[in-house]
Write a protein that binds this ligand. Structure first.
Ligand code: UN1
Length: 495
């Protein structure tokens, strides 16, 4: 009998108000049920907000260095449980253990970064234009923050939203994806053990009803969402109407450019990792490979051979290179795009099918490569979120830049070249939030800002220092100790 998990609301593990649950299954083996999780509703969100308001009163008055100490202990516990969490994560979302360990590590890095930020959280002190007057700003907590997180980085993404939000003194309500409720359950256990006052964190499991209730709740002034561009647009409408602060991290159609002077051995390793790691289910996945015509044929042949040799399987087994897709709907989406690619006249080089045999128990799909993909075709333009790589042939660096930029998304890009001038030109011209030189389109580090331009985001960044701006309100303070009325802009400087 599968274990039944609960929400964490009001400082306790509680059942959902309407008593409904959903099942969480292992995508590598659908017979393996991880547990039953609450299928919550707006009533649970209401309760969570009431509690979070109380948590906020307490936590917002706790000094930031003390809040940082809690996050340092969270980091220590994540280090201690890294292996156990990685195993649970692979079981619920499929990617291989090396990657789920990396996912926990990203949470650890984020925790330690947040811990030190508790002793900084800089405001500014600048000269006033008037005498005997101070002008300064500092950062204040905002209130209850609502986080809606996806399945592909079950620990990293919740932590890189939650830790800065907490460090800034906010209370948090989180709804993780229904596909990965267990990982965030384990994270909340750690937060409580580390000494976070219980009402500062609320975990409400469930589907889009819960997400909508969070987004439209009048007492949640800040929302951070990672997911599809379509859902982000809907959330944006509600937040715009309600004057909420919103951070959106959405789709990508990231390209790796390989020039004729590139180290092809290096580029080969890079493209396999970028395109097929996490079974292509990263916002940062390398889904387009732009090849200079001089190396096109020989490099494509090598990529195809190596990708075809990748071993599919349970991510907890050592020899596995690529795990399953998250669920059947996602595999069907990949299949729809394979059909679209064929209709558009692209050449299916490898893959394009489900594997058979023992892998039929999970939602596996063979690494797939299309060549001769035309710029502006649907295969080339739309996010697939699966192990499908589209290869585009170009005649020059300028063409490569044009193809890279000619999509609606702008998360990450990469160029392989040994020409330093060209590398710097690429950094300037590629229209993305992140560009890698001689590395694939994935691999962002926790202490640098993460995010994209165009339809990938709405101008905010996660990670790095910038995210602390998002989760805090700037308060400006003027102190006039002249003892008389001094009018800014009117009483001008009498030198
Ligand atoms: C995502 O793709 O959804 O840069 C997040 C990376 C990871 C984070 C990716 N550190 O690939």
């Amino acid at each position: 009998m599968a274990r039944t998990f609960r929400n964490f609301i009001g400082g306790e593990w509680v059942e959902p108000a309407e008593g409904r649950y959903f099942q969480n299954r292992n995508p590598a083996d659908h017979a393996d049920v991880i547990g039953r999780f609450p299928d919550s509703t707006a009533r649970d969100v209401d309760e969570a907000v009431r509690s979070a308001r109380r948590g906020f009163t307490l936590w917002s008055r706790t000094p930031a260095p003390a809040r940082g100490d809690v996050l340092r202990r969270v980091g220590d516990l994540l280090v201690e449980r890294k292996e156990k969490i990685a195993d649970a994560m692979t079981r619920e979302m499929g990617k291989v253990l090396a990657e789920t360990r990396g996912d926990v590590q990203e949470g650890i890095d984020t925790a330690f970064y947040a811990a030190t930020e508790g002793r900084r959280l800089f405001g500014q002190v600048v000269p006033s234009e008037l005498r005997s007057k101070w002008a300064m700003s500092y950062r204040r907590p905002i209130g209850v923050v609502g986080l809606i997180t996806p399945f592909n980085f079950p620990m990293a993404i919740p932590t890189w939203k939650m830790f800065p939000a907490l460090l800034c003194g906010n209370a948090v309500i989180i709804k993780p994806s229904e596909d990965v409720p267990h990982t965030v359950h384990l994270l909340v256990e750690i937060l409580l053990e580390a000494g976070l006052p219980p009402e500062v964190i609320q975990l409400v499991h469930g589907g889009s009803d819960v997400g909508e209730a969070i987004v439209s709740h009048p007492e949640i002034p800040v929302i951070s969402f990672t997911g599809s561009t379509e859902t982000g647009a809907i959330i944006g409408e509600t937040c715009g109407r309600m004057h909420k602060r919103l951070s959106l991290e959405m789709g990508g159609k990231n390209a790796m450019i390989v020039m004729d002077d590139a180290d092809l051995d290096l580029a080969l390793e890079g493209v396999l990792w970028g395109a097929f790691g996490t079974t292509g289910q990263r916002c940062t996945a390398t889904s387009r490979l732009i090849l200079h015509r001089k190396i096109h044929d020989r490099f494509l042949a090598r990529v195809a051979d190596a990708a075809d040799a990748l071993r599919l399987g349970d991510g907890r087994v050592d020899r596995t290179d690529v795990g399953p897709l998250i669920h059947e709907a996602s595999r069907e989406k990949v299949e729809r795009y394979v059909a679209i690619g064929q209709d558009e006249g692209a050449e299916l080089v490898i893959g394009g099918r489900r594997p058979g045999g023992r892998l039929a128990a999970g939602t596996f799909y063979r690494p797939t490569i299309f060549a001769g993909v035309k710029p502006r075709s649907r295969l080339e333009q739309e996010e697939i979120f699966g192990p499908v790589l589209s290869v585009i042939r170009v005649g020059s660096f300028d063409d490569a830049v044009r193809v890279n930029n000619d999509v609606r998304y702008g998360l990450s890009s990469s160029i392989y070249t040994s020409d330093v001038n060209r590398a710097f030109r690429a950094l300037e011209l590629l229209d993305n939030g992140i560009t890698y030189v001689n590395a694939p389109t994935i691999g962002a580090e926790a202490h640098l800002p993460f995010g994209g331009v165009k339809a990938t985001g709405n101008g905010h960044r996660e990670g790095g220092w910038e995210v602390y701006d998002f989760y805090s309100e700037t308060k400006v303070c003027y102190v006039d100790y002249s003892g008389r009325l001094q009018r800014a802009q009117i009483d001008t400087y009498d030198v």
